[in-house]
Design a protein around this ligand. Structure first.
Ligand SMILES: [Zn+2]
Length: 381
């Protein structure tokens, strides 16, 4: 591809053609003008794809709240969604365009390559007209019953905890329509999660991860959607947990390693039993297996707050949960004065995910957030 300067210089040549008296041109010259203009259009489109690739790398479309690069492009360039989709396709293209290829040929070759055509077919396609390139692609894209069976048999989903159990990797393969369904539902869900209190918005991929968690949480409910149904057994080794303010010495039975923020979330929403350990490691006391916020108190707090998230400006009623404004671990009590109603996004993502806190001086139904507290390191106690 030509450099930007070369492209601009070439455009000047095209500009010069605007002054030409077309009636004085021979038919060959007239044809040359048409070909030169088409080549200039192709170069400019390719220039746009380089700029779009940069915009996508910097996640500008996602930051502007657009689901796809095509949607963002259509809005910014005032072009049809079809033109925008073609530009997005070319942006991700691995096809190297020959000098003088029209934009339609680059598009047809890109679609052929995307169908999995071998290099020999792509080479051969250069001798075809554009309709011929399309026919080559449609021939390749035929799906036989054997292909469908292979796609079905090849489906799998794997969950891999990292070695320290701190995070999970999920990967797998779904057959065509199933993959599209999962993508569509997660994308639509991701759209419902708004911006953080500081205006920052998670990337679409991060929001899709939240969407997957939310959907699974919805299916894990007991008591008619009253909260998570999983019993969590939390072990606390007081000799370690105390000095480290909960950064060590707290673990969930047969579960992933968790930190203070997750523990606080469990204490806000979960049914938990807490087992304390003595210095020699024997289990000493057993907490009651109970919802940390009793169902009656939970209902009372949600009723008091009007069954809506109390975060300033939020109108969500999705998975409302009472939150301990002064954390349980810091001595906050489970009583109405210390509880405020938050939607799942503000509770799970903003508070317990990013570590934000509630500004207790903010009005009860228009709660503002404060940045995460920097916990002092244990040895400065
Ligand atoms: Zn909210």
């Amino acid at each position: 591809m030509k450099t930007l300067e070369e492209t601009v210089a070439h455009l000047r040549d095209v500009d010069a053609l605007f002054g030409v008296d077309f009636s004085g041109l021979t038919s060959d010259e007239l044809e040359m003008v048409l070909v030169t203009a088409e080549a200039a259009i192709a170069r400019l489109r390719l220039l746009q794809t380089v700029a779009l690739r940069s915009a996508e790398d910097r996640q500008i479309p996602a930051a502007d709240g657009c689901k796809t690069l095509a949607e963002w492009t259509a809005g910014r360039l005032d072009v049809s969604i079809n033109t925008a989709r073609t530009l997005a396709l070319l942006t991700r293209s691995e096809v190297v365009a020959d000098d003088g290829d029209s934009i339609d040929r680059v598009e047809a070759t890109t679609r052929l390559a995307a169908s999995g055509a071998p290099n020999a077919d792509i080479e051969f396609s250069r001798s075809c007209d554009i309709a011929g390139v399309g026919r080559l692609r449609r021939h390749r894209e035929r799906v036989s019953p054997t292909d469908e069976q292979a796609a079905h048999d090849g489906r799998y989903l794997v969950f891999q905890p990292t070695l320290d159990d701190g995070t999970w990797r999920i990967h797998g393969r779904l057959a065509g329509c199933d993959g599209k369904l999962v993508e569509k539902v997660l994308t639509d869900w991701a759209d419902t999660f708004g911006a953080h209190p500081d205006g920052h918005r998670d990337t679409r991929r991060q929001r899709m991860a939240d969407a997957l968690t939310a959907i699974c949480a919805d299916n894990n409910d007991t008591e008619g959607g009253d909260g998570p149904g999983t019993l969590v057994t939390v072990h606390v080794d007081a000799s370690q947990a105390g000095p480290s303010r909960g950064e060590a010495g707290v673990w969930v039975e047969a579960g992933p390693r968790v930190g203070v923020q997750t523990l606080e979330e469990i204490l806000c929403t979960g049914i938990a039993e807490v087992i304390a350990h003595t210095e020699d490691g024997t289990a000493m006391t057993y907490g009651r297996r109970s919802r940390v916020v009793p169902a009656a108190l939970r209902r009372a707090v949600l009723h008091r707050d009007g069954q809506v998230c109390t975060s300033d400006g939020c109108t969500s009623r999705y998975r409302l949960q009472p939150h301990h404004m002064t954390p349980y671990a810091e001595g906050g009590h489970t009583d109405p004065d210390n509880l405020t109603t938050l939607c799942w996004f503000h509770h799970h993502v903003v508070i317990h995910g990013r570590g934000m806190g509630i500004d207790r001086n903010s009005p009860p139904l228009r709660r503002r957030f404060r940045p995460p507290r920097n916990r002092p390191p244990p040895d400065t106690e």
